[in-house]
Design a binder for this molecule. Sequence first.
Ligand code: FAD
Ligand code: NAD
Length: 467
Amino acid sequence: MDNNFDVIVIGGGPGGYVCAIRAAQLGLKTACVESRGTLGGTCLNVGCIPSKSLLNMSESYHKAHKEFQSQGIEFSDLKLNLDKMMSSKNKSVQTLTKGIEFLFKKNKVTYLKGKGVLFSENDVVVYEGEKKTSYKSKNIVLATGSAPSSLPGIEIDEQNIVSSTGALEFKEVPKNFAVIGGGVIGLEMGSVWSRLGSNVTVLEYLDHITPGMDKEVSSEFLKILTKQGIKFKLSSKVTAVTNKGNQVEVSFENNQTSQKEVLLVDKVLVAVGRKPYTEGLNLNKLGIKKDPQGRIEVNEKLQSSIKNIYAIGDIIKGPMLAHKAEEEGIAVAEIIAGQAGHVNYNTIPGVIYTSPEVAVIGKTEEELKKENINYKVGKFPFLANSRAKVNNEPDGFVKILAESKTDRVLGVHMIGPHTGDLIAEMGLAMEFGASAEDIARTCHAHPTYTEAVKEAALAIDKRAIHF
Ligand code: FAD
Ligand code: NAD
């Protein structure tokens, strides 16, 4: 095999594999190095895909348990077969990761199995066991992703004290389950195990969950999850997590009142954020600059401090999201090919796949206030949406923020059924620079959840019809 490439991508996650496919589509001779043994990165192997599979199946179980009887769907002997549920999740992961291998073949991307290490600005060495192979490339794209963070003194053993990876693999439903961190992972995984029967307690350092989110959505979210049975200990500082035989003792204190408490649980999930993963790449030797958070510094063309070495995804600034990594992967491939690759960071949606879902895009009300931007608010509750009503999903609302003078949509914040899908329309609207009036004048099919979006746009000028 000829070991010279136009582009070598290190890391086969959503950033890396998408970049490699796009580069190959553009006629560049491309290779992608991945050390995990399967493609798809964190997202497909231990992140987005297995967590969404468990969220979906646990919701079906929960509905069968709690809602079906009242809808006249009667049965006896409903049982959870966790082994089967896990196999189904693993099968989905396998199908999707194999699918990327197929896409690589179809697009003529060379898949290099092993750990990629930089030796110069054009040299990559791939280590696979004892085997060491050298490659040359005109351009290198770093896409090595992220790893779970922990807290001082807490050792994640993936048995009883777990990261998200361990929480996707429990062999039985923990009777008592503590989650440290009321962010995205904590609330998604907390929801999964709560629906399957765990007594879940979330310990969050701040006085609110999901930091950075529009405050109104965040407090509604807290109310809904509490109603579902998840317990929250806010303003809680965890001071120790200790294995006690088959159980774990979690000590924490209220950071406002200093009141101390102890929880004895079967499993603890540490979900306090993730950190960029650049270990073993040799960045220091090459002089590639990192910021104080350990992220590779890049310019607007996603070039690192060495011009032909680019970085994308979780190892650079911005939200740690698969679709953000993908957009950057495409942009870098196009930039390398001489095109005008570009990422619009103002229109990257964020979705939390709980029930109901939370979906956000653009500025929050808090950000607009801080930036002294005058804005109008249009809000519509799902309680008044006919589809949500007949489907017994009345919780949540759609909130649109539009610039006062121009009516241009600046942010949309939703909590409610299928909002993870509804947010796409808002992304498109914002990409086109739409006004709230544009959305209000767009015909939305009846009866659909999308009508809540139209009504929120109408509510900007106090003319919502159904509320
Ligand atoms: P990664 O996906 O982390 O991929 C990097 C790859 O590089 C890895 O496979 C790693 O093995 C490989 N690698 C590292 N170093 C080397 C090396 N030296 N040589 C070769 N290979 C190397 N995001 C969403 O948008 N939606 C979700 O629903 C969602 N759910 C999530 C759920 C969980 C539980 C977790 C943990 C994350 C979730 N995320 C979600 C975040 C998402 O997974 C990441 O943002 C995304 O995977 C980042 O993509 P990436 O390509 O930058 O890195
Ligand atoms: P996060 O940043 O979403 O949440 C971490 C939470 O832990 C925060 O609420 C924070 O205040 C809290 N925290 C921090 N230190 C603490 C302490 N000492 N004690 C108690 N609480 C503490 O991080 P995460 O949930 O670990 O997720 C990591 C990344 O993965 C996120 O950036 C997210 O974007 C990505 N992810 C995305 C999805 C999705 O898109 N649906 C799903 C899972 C993960």
